[in-house]
Ligand binder design. Structure first.
Ligand code: ZN
Ligand code: ZN
Length: 414
């Protein structure tokens, strides 16, 4: 049976069923479908809402038309987004000079429309309407770092990340603190449809920890039996703790002043807890670490606070010949004093800094988040508070007051 015979048969069957002939195939002269018509689930409102940071300490819910979805764009309905320390700094001081801006870069949502050129995510996995995605960072490919050191994508001088882009007239929907976001050409994103909302909202934060642990292990100073100090049990320190646990480390010393956070550190894999409020001096704390390391000190330390006094102290925990990763100062919180002779030179300490992550570290990070679930690490317990779009000022205040651990925006209309 050839093609026209099939068509005739189908037409006949339909005629019998409905009393009408099947519509004739569109003639060549018929008006063509709109060239850039995106694939969509047909259920898209005309406008979207964003929490626009319009001044310091001031989020305003604003409504904008949803722009047309271009051939390389993706429109997502936002489900939720973690609140990052960076968002809080922007709200507090606008260090990046972005105001007015729609923040939110730890978000996730469902694809409701996409351009015809979108077939796969950044890793090459197929994507379709209804899939859930997270976004990552995109490099510029033209700055000096991109040209000379493409192996260090996290150090691109013009890295682009949804939620940290300057607002523009043609698209106000560029951050996850919104109910719809239009992701434009060039962004990186990953299909994470098989993960829960809470897991998805933690992926970006987890990538920061996965990158830092890689920086640390690359020094060769972290064999599996190593004793590792993590200073600061905020979301970043706790995440580092969980990454180390999944990587097989069993001697992890968590340092913080909050019982609630230390308790969580224990669940995330810390073998020893140091509540610094129980100690009178740095020396006492150092002796405590030495007592569990044959008098030597830790093999490696992660500095995960943004507090200069903590950054000055962390060196004292590290043994001679050990290493340290500084990853707490994602914003400039000022200087601290160290003693180059005692802290670095005479102890021959190897220091690494750690800054964000590259998009291609996401697949490993996504596996890590799933692995936590399999190993019974209650990673999603990190999310302690949830706020709606009209409550973002409150969300920031909760964060500043250090009332919870991880604060999240959740779209109540999802
Ligand atoms: Zn972040
Ligand atoms: Zn670049």
């Amino acid at each position: 049976m050839n093609e026209s015979e099939v068509a005739a048969l189908v037409s006949q069957v339909l005629k019998e069923m409905t009393g009408q002939a099947a519509p004739a195939p569109a003639a060549a002269s018929a008006p063509a479908a709109k060239a850039a018509a995106p694939v969509s689930n047909g259920d898209i409102p005309k406008t979207a809402h964003v929490a626009m940071l319009t001044a310091l300490h001031k989020f305003e819910v604003q409504e904008y038309p949803i722009p047309p979805v271009g051939d390389d764009d993706i429109l997502v309905k936002v489900e939720g987004c973690g609140v990052c320390g960076t968002d809080v700094h922007e709200w507090n001081k606008d260090p990046f000079g972005l105001i007015p801006v729609v923040l939110g870069h730890e978000g996730t949502g469902t694809i409701v429309a996409m351009g015809k050129n979108i077939k796969t995510d950044t890793q090459g996995n197929p994507v379709k309407i209804g899939d859930k995605i997270v976004t990552s960072v995109a490099v510029c490919n033209s700055c000096a770092m991109c040209r000379l050191h493409p192996e260090l994508p996290n150090l691109c001088e013009n890295a682009r990340i949804q939620g940290l882009l300057p607002d523009k007239e043609s698209n106000h929907l560029q951050g996850w603190f919104s109910d719809y976001m239009l992701i434009e050409k060039g962004a990186t994103f990953f299909n994470v449809s098989d993960m829960t909302l809470d897991q998805r909202m933690l992926i970006e934060l987890a990538a920061v920890a996965v990158h830092a642990v890689r920086r640390a292990t690359d020094t060769g100073l972290m064999p599996l039996g190593a004793t590792i100090v993590i200073q600061g049990m905020g979301p970043v320190g706790l995440m580092v703790c969980a990454v180390l646990k999944t990587r097989g480390y069993r001697n992890i010393v968590a340092v913080d002043g909050s019982e609630m956070r230390l308790e969580m550190a224990h669940k995330f894999g810390a073998s020893h807890i140091i509540n610094y409020t129980d100690f009178k001096s740095t020396e006492e704390k150092v002796n405590c670490v030495k007592s569990i390391t044959y008098g030597l000190g830790a093999d490696f330390a992660f500095q995960c606070t943004g507090a200069p006094p903590a950054a000055a102290e962390v060196w004292k925990f590290v043994r001679t010949g050990g290493g340290m990763c500084e990853m707490g100062f994602f914003t400039n919180n000022g200087d601290c004093t160290i003693n180059p002779h005692l802290d670095i030179c005479s102890k021959e300490i190897t220091v690494v800094g750690s800054w964000t992550y590259g998009a291609l570290e996401y697949p490993d990070t996504i596996s890590f988040v799933k692995q936590c679930c399999e190993m019974g690490i209650p990673l999603t317990d990190l999310i302690t508070h949830r706020y709606g779009l009209d409550e973002m000022n409150e969300a920031m205040e909760t964060n500043v007051a250090k009332k919870g651990i991880k604060i999240a925006y959740v779209n109540k209309n999802f």
